[in-house]
Design a protein around this ligand. Sequence first.
Ligand code: PLP
Length: 387
Amino acid sequence: MSADLEPIYLDYAATTPVDGRVAERMREVQDRFYFNPSSNHFAGRRSAAVVDAAAGQLARLLNADPAEFLWTSGATESNNLAIIGAAKQRQHSGRHLVTLRTEHKAVVDVFRALEKQGFEVSWLEPDPDGRLPPERFQAALREDTQLASIMQTNNETGVVQDIQSLGAISRSRGVVFHVDGAQSVGKMPVDMAALPVDLMSITAHKLYGPKGVGALYVANGTAIEAQMFGGGQQRRLRPGTLPVDLIAGFGEAAAVAATRLEDDLTRLAALKAQLLEGIRDLDGLYVNGPEHDAYPGILNVGIEDVEGESLLLALEPLCVATGSACNSQSQEPSYVLRALGRSDIQAQSAIRFSLGRQTTREEIERAVSLYRGAVAKLRDLAPARTA
Ligand SMILES: Cc1ncc(COP(=O)(O)O)c(C=O)c1O
């Protein structure tokens, strides 16, 4: 990329830049609170107080009890601990589990691993817009179902599931309900006191915090089996020395998010509308996922007769995604879009734009013109096959 090409970053669903206040807080903690929070001396207790303060910030964002969080390395670890931990804890009562086909790999592959260990998994199909109707969920629960895992916001399409209804159904059937909240916490209001959710995975780097730290919300009274063994930290459920600086940054990111959730959502909705309006008249363009009532920071579009990987290259200096970042090494069409009924070819033309706090109207204008230009160029090079 030549020096005059400034990247236009529209890949906030992959990760977000660290907020200035977060970076400042981490620097301060690195300088002043490098002590091990498990040490019994007074300095160690000061580090422990920093960790407690961060738990308080996260708890305020989510209207939860600070004691309900375990610190982890991110949402991948939280998903593993929640799903395997709950499935193993309850396996003597039954081995049936329920999830959705369009979950993130960090959920899908955990269930696949459990299938190999003799658990039975029902893989639910979403509607073509990505939503899971509560009745379909209810019909999948059996006498021996122990755990269900349904994400809140989908990372590829932005579709938001009806966690309130799905959780209520799980509660009424005594099924532990886990939610992957990696793309929702800090981005939309999430109230744990109101939601019937037992376990929720959270990660800091999607909400302008550092990479490598996350949390698992474990509602008081929910039992899970530890998956790692070592020191006695975190009630023996997740041992290991706590990264005090990362945790403090995570807490600060949660505090910043709490002050601007509504403003962020309003701004993003306007930017997403601008983007869609700028390209929707293009021949053969369609939206993957719901057009309305989705998280406004994500817009996934496909276009007939244009291949996604070529489009991605032609869009430079725009940084967008063709599938989820975790799948981008593979040329496989997105399994999420396939589950919405898209063909392989359609799924391969998909581009995910994800917008965030630093996104401007000017950047959206550039993105529109780059997308239009790239589509025109690729269609010129390889004109659509006509019958
Ligand atoms: C929905 C969802 N779940 C889980 C993850 C994994 O999170 P982490 O990178 O913190 O392990 C991601 C991030 O890509 C995600 O979008």
